[in-house]
Design a binder for this molecule. Structure first.
Ligand SMILES: [Zn+2]
Ligand SMILES: [Zn+2]
Length: 290
């Protein structure tokens, strides 16, 4: 895991804006949000990991992630404060202003002493986040991004701690070895394009075979395909017709690294749309054929 500097963020923002000018403005903004999380990182009380929360080494290599994020007790006060500062940055953008009220409303409801939607982000309950976003008339991807970013300093601390004790070469699964969440991005690098997956929550990266779906562990090549982004070298989406999941992939042999999960995710939102459309079309074709 890399420790990001403000310079890393600035140069990534610049590279993305150059690669795809349609993203220049939104990525500038995402960069500001991310910088705020880096500034906040020293303020969080270190998460308490009680021994019982950690799996045995055997259970771990069999696929039980080290931690269960739903059980983590984080510094909710700092997460809340960071969330409010991020909403403040949304307010500075003209297109964001209409969402501010809804975004502030989103953290009002508590669940067992913690903001319910931060808990939902922690357990990757994207359905709950989407439902809340619709009710509050805000964009679901913006709400998801803000929630994840407000947890980011705490989770990166947890992951950094955990990684010192784990040998990732022994992990052969498609979900995150630290927190069990699904990958949000993959990268390819080196000779033959070795693949790494990047966790959607704690941003841990771990190696995974290239020709296997991390969501259903299917390696039947007939089910696996990919789409390339138009006019963008080095970006693609891997699709699995077996389980209907997809994964956005950055080829670091063609695009400069490092992968910065929150920024590379935002800069590939168009690939999410293409992939979702493609999988929906495929499903429609299948149901027509049967
Ligand atoms: Zn993780
Ligand atoms: Zn699959």
């Amino acid at each position: 895991m890399i420790v990001l500097s403000q310079e890393d963020i600035a140069s990534k923002v610049k590279a993305i804006g150059k690669r795809n000018p349609a993203y220049a403005e939104v990525i500038q903004w995402a960069g500001e949000l991310l910088s705020e999380t880096v500034r906040a990182s020293g303020k969080f009380r270190p998460p308490q990991l009680s021994l019982g929360q950690e799996r045995s080494s055997e259970a771990w290599s069999q696929g039980r992630s080290l931690l269960d994020p739903g059980e983590l007790s984080l510094d909710w006060e700092q997460a809340r404060a960071l969330y409010r500062r991020l909403v403040g940055l949304v307010e500075t953008r003209e297109s964001g202003r209409r969402q501010v009220e809804g975004l502030l409303q989103a953290l009002v409801e508590d669940q067992e002493g913690a903001p319910g939607l931060l808990k939902a982000a922690l357990t990757s309950d994207l359905k709950a986040i989407e439902t809340a976003a619709q009710a509050l008339e805000i964009d679901p991807p913006v709400l998801t991004l803000l929630l994840r970013l407000s947890l980011r300093p705490a989770l990166l601390d947890v992951a950094r701690d955990a990684l010192e004790r784990l040998d990732l070469r022994r992990w052969t699964h498609g979900h995150c070895p630290v927190c069990g969440s699904a990958p949000i991005l993959a990268d390819l690098s080196g000779e033959g394009g070795k693949r790494r997956l990047h966790c959607s929550l704690c941003e841990t990266a771990w190696p995974y075979p290239r020709l296997r779906c991390p969501f259903c562990e299917n390696d039947n090549r007939e089910d696996l395909s990919y789409l390339r982004a138009e006019n963008e070298e080095g970006l693609r989406v891997d699709l699995c017709s077996g389980c209907g999941h997809y994964l956005k992939t950055i080829d670091l042999r063609e695009l400069a690294g490092p992968v910065i999960v929150p920024l590379d995710d935002v800069a590939t939102w168009h690939l999410d749309l293409i992939a979702q459309q493609n999988l929906e079309d495929e499903e429609a074709n299948l149901s027509r054929a049967t």
